[in-house]
Design a protein. Structure first.
Length: 224
């Protein structure tokens, strides 16, 4: 699999992650985005041996979109602080079942920090022990018989946040059977795409916006 590079400089490597690719290696042993990034840097910069790649945020395996990687440990620390302190503007596209009402609004829920035995993140409308406040804004862009296309801007960065919050409202993402969707999409893709991300460059602090076009497997209009 070839790496789809959006931007590269001495401190950053910004890439488009396809659905189905792990962000970081896990117990499965499958190749990951970090593996591909290391290989790309070795090949394009003639760097033998171990190449540093810092993963400062993640996308779920079955989602797609823009991912920012750090090329130095200093850049990784500064970028991680931006995500931790919620100083990153993120915009996603999502396709959910049915049409949310109202057509635009803000969601406030509490989410568990980790998944349960099935990997599902607990989401509740009121605080619970261990739950973390989770906020996002959404608006409906289009609707069709098979669901609605949403623009979603999470204000916090929680595990499975968009998936869990929309499912709690009765609008699971297409293909997201883990959170109650009616059926799977081809390749087990979930209808979630990280469209753009604005973050301060780790050296100099200049605001930079990175965008990722929709991939060919994007399920809109929704399949019959």
């Amino acid at each position: 699999m070839a790496l789809d590079v959006i931007h590269v400089d001495n401190h950053l490597l910004v890439v488009a992650k396809p659905a189905g690719l792990l962000s970081q290696g896990d117990a499965s042993g499958d190749r990951s985005l970090v593996d591909l990034a290391r290989d790309w840097l070795r090949e394009n910069y003639a760097k033998p041996g171990n190449v540093y790649v810092g993963l400062v945020h993640r996308l779920d395996r079955n989602a797609s979109g823009v991912v920012v990687l750090a090329r130095t440990s200093k850049a990784a620390a500064r970028l991680s602080a931006c995500f931790r302190d919620e100083r990153v503007d993120k915009t996603y596209l999502a396709v959910c079942e049915r049409r949310p009402q109202p057509a635009a609004g803000d969601l406030l829920h509490w989410l568990a920090a980790a998944g349960d035995a099935r990997g599902v993140t607990r989401a509740e409308g009121a605080p619970f022990p261990g739950g973390r406040e989770s906020r996002l804004a959404y608006r409906v862009l289009e609707s069709a018989a098979g669901g609605s296309l949403l623009e979603v801007c999470p204000e916090t960065g929680r595990r499975h946040q968009i998936r869990a919050q929309l499912a709690l409202c009765g609008h699971p993402l297409l293909g997201d059977v883990k959170y109650g969707a009616a059926k799977r999409l081809p390749g087990q893709r979930v209808a979630l795409h990280a469209l753009s991300l604005v973050i301060a460059h780790p050296v100099g602090g200049r605001a930079m916006k990175f965008e990722c076009p929709l991939p060919a497997d994007w399920p809109w209009p929704p399949p019959a």
